[in-house]
Design a binder for this molecule. Structure first.
Ligand SMILES: Nc1ncnc2c1ncn2[C@@H]1O[C@H](COP(=O)(O)OP(=O)(O)OP(=O)(O)O)[C@@H](O)[C@H]1O
Length: 629
């Protein structure tokens, strides 16, 4: 697929360029060139949007901000002051990048600015820019700016040819950037952010940096596209540029085309612009918007992953259908060539989609490979020597308003240990795990890993220092296979590797937990036990020194519990110290080399499991009446 793209994409760009250069010879109408130029504008903008919002899931309504910065850079500098047009494109890119850095530094630093709050923030930015442009007479002042025709190489022909070629160049570059981003570390990081940002951060992904890089790339593309758009429309005015049409259109195009693939926005732009053009030409008047909306809704319902994913899943069927339908419609008396192309595209999508539904086998869930559970369950903790301190927390407090979830807890985890962290509900176990993993900051106290103070460091730094965690409710990266879930942790963990090496290395943790036979399955096909094993494999792949297991056995049946115990023991024997939060004392007793009991945010007991469990204070606080009974 990669090789096909590397050959096919430049070939398509070259063919489209030749189309303009030999337009007259080929008898290609200028009107079609105008239409393709419009498609290219939307390809650029939708691709720009997709790089951040599609890949990472940070939904933005602010695309008009970049289009506006680009269009006004050209309108003011070239249109008003006669600055070289190409220079204004550079200015547009730089200003857009500065805006993106400012928005990203604010939005991505604050964890609360996610989801709809992020969308609202991005919606506000174009409004502010529109007001600034309207008020400021040196920008617009409410008058609008005429943008004339810049100098362009003589051999190109009409201005429309030049516009087409420069739009093609910009759209081609945008799609190439989206392709490269998708295929490299940043693309994997953004996908992980999309699926489970907290998990990605905890596995070592520097989410802030990758999101900021994506935002800047998106802004630069949007800004450059905006600069070219100023030439296309010839008159730049606040109301036409900062209108909601731009963000809504880019979202519709990207969602319809497919947000997870670099080609999605291209397919979406071709379909939507063509559809809109044909409906306008059909003389439906006011009805055209209703028909357009109905078709788009129907397409999103039948192809929620986008039309591109349907087309690429069955390329031969899709291409064959498109060719046949185009040929048939082409020769219908009232039809125009563009009607034929649109009909071909729609038919190809529907046929590929139907084919996909008919040929999809029902998901099969092979069972986890279980151990000889009797032996595994009855075995005692392996005799591993207790070594140097790895993680030390000193006098940790964590308050939520008036609630003291942790109140001066000190704890040291050494090499070779399995520390059972137990206590009644609400005693602070999960909070302590979150603090050890860096996903929560302590209100007070100190956390150090191998002697280095890491208090308040972000989770990816803690992961790189050697601590990984699992979640009580498994949070797999749903868009990735089991193998790639684990490979992600190898790619971004304590000893990072490239994708190919990471995929190869992913097999070892999968074998350790008994999931190697499901490497190519998607997490949706796994049962709860398998998902929890995947959590362990993924955390293990980050190459931690200490593994935090937060209720990794919750909800499992006895056979699955015994299998999980065997897996945890194997992980321990591979040299990883473990902290296990667990309510099942039978299990903790089997596994732990040391038991720490929390009660109301304080450490009640710490020591050898037998001694701790016989401690009357522990019996009273933790086991209560049940124990006496
Ligand atoms: N985000 C939060 N906001 C407010 N209070 C919280 C928050 N997280 C935890 N708490 C409170 O802190 C205390 C400790 O909670 P924590 O979840 O750490 O306990 P736990 O021992 O893990 O409990 P369980 O065994 O039920 O999972 C509880 O009183 C809980 O209500």
């Amino acid at each position: 697929m990669r090789r096909r793209a590397l050959i096919g994409f430049p070939l398509a760009i070259a063919l489209l360029a030749v189309l303009s250069l030999y337009r007259v010879t080929l008898g290609f109408p200028v009107a079609y060139l105008v239409l393709i130029t419009s498609i290219l504008f939307w390809v650029t903008q939708a691709t720009s949007w997709n790089i951040l919002s599609g890949y990472s899931g940070y939904f933005s309504f602010g695309q008009a901000a970049y289009v506006g910065i680009g269009a006004y850079s050209t309108a003011v500098l070239f249109g008003r002051h006669g600055v070289n047009f190409y220079l204004t494109v550079v200015v547009a890119a730089a200003l857009s990048a500065v805006l993106a850095l400012a928005v990203g530094a604010l939005a991505f630093r604050l964890r609360s600015l996610r989801g709809e709050i992020f969308a609202l923030l991005t919606l506000a930015v174009p409004f502010i820019l529109a007001a600034l442009a309207r008020i400021n007479t040196s920008i617009d002042g409410g008058q609008g700016i005429i943008v004339s025709v810049p100098d362009y190489p003589e051999g190109i022909g009409l201005f429309q040819d030049f516009l087409y070629l420069i739009s093609l160049l910009v759209a081609g570059a945008a799609v190439a950037v989206a392709f490269v981003i998708r295929r490299t570390r940043i693309g994997w990081a953004l996908s992980a952010v999309h699926d489970a940002e907290d998990v990605a951060e905890g596995l070592g992904v520097a989410t802030f940096r990758y999101k900021l890089q994506a935002l800047v790339a998106s802004a630069v593309i949007g800004g450059v596209g905006g600069a070219v758009f100023a030439l296309q429309i010839g008159f730049v005015a606040v109301d036409s540029i900062f209108h909601l049409t731009i963000p809504l259109f880019v979202i519709v195009i990207s969602v319809l085309g497919g947000r997870t693939h670099w080609m999605g926005p291209v397919a979406g732009a071709v379909l939507v612009v063509l559809l809109q053009d044909r409906l306008t030409a059909s003389g439906l008047g006011e009805w055209q918007l209703i028909v357009l909306g109905a078709i788009l809704v129907a397409l999103v319902i039948v192809a929620p992953e986008g039309i591109w994913s349907e087309l690429r899943a069955h390329p031969l069927v899709a291409a064959g259908t498109a060719l046949v339908v185009i040929a048939v419609v082409w020769f219908l008396p009232a039809a125009e060539p563009l009607d034929a192309v649109l009909a071909g595209l729609l038919a190809a999508t529907v046929v590929a989609m139907v084919r996909g539904r008919l040929s999809k086998p029902p998901p099969r869930v092979p069972p986890a490979e279980t151990e000889n559970v009797e032996i595994a369950a009855k075995a005692q903790p392996a005799a591993v020597e207790i070594g140097a301190p790895l993680v030390e927390c000193t006098d940790i407090t964590r308050h939520f308003g008036g609630v003291r979830a942790l109140d001066g807890v000190s704890l040291t985890i050494h090499e070779g240990e399995i520390v059972g962290l137990v206590g009644p509900n609400g005693s602070g176990k999960s909070t302590l795990v979150s603090i050890l993993a860096g996903s929560q900051r302590p209100t007070g106290g100190r956390l150090s890993i191998e002697g280095h103070d890491v208090t308040g460091r972000p989770p990816h730094r803690i992961a790189h220092a050697g601590v990984a965690r699992t979640y009580q409710i498994p949070k797999p990266f749903t868009s990735m296979t089991v193998r790639d879930n684990v490979a992600m942790a190898v790619m971004f963990g304590r000893t990072p590797k490239g994708l190919d090496a990471a995929r190869a290395d992913a097999l070892r943790p999968l074998e350790t937990v008994g999931l190697a036979h499901l490497a190519d399955a998607y997490p949706a096909a796994l049962n709860l036990h398998q998902r929890q094993l995947l959590e362990i494999a993924r955390a293990l792949a980050a190459n931690p020194k200490v593994l935090l297991l937060d209720e990794a056995l919750a909800g499992l049946n006895p056979v699955e519990i015994d299998n999980a115990v065997a897996v945890i023991r194997r992980v321990h024997e591979s040299g990883v110290a473990i902290v296990i939060v667990e309510h099942l004392l039978r299990v903790v007793n089997q596994l732990a080399t040391r038991l720490v009991v929390l009660d109301r945010g304080t450490r009640l007991a710490d020591g050898d499991p037998k001694t701790v469990l016989a401690d009357p204070a522990v019996v009273r606080a933790y086991l209560g009446k049940r124990a006496h009974a």
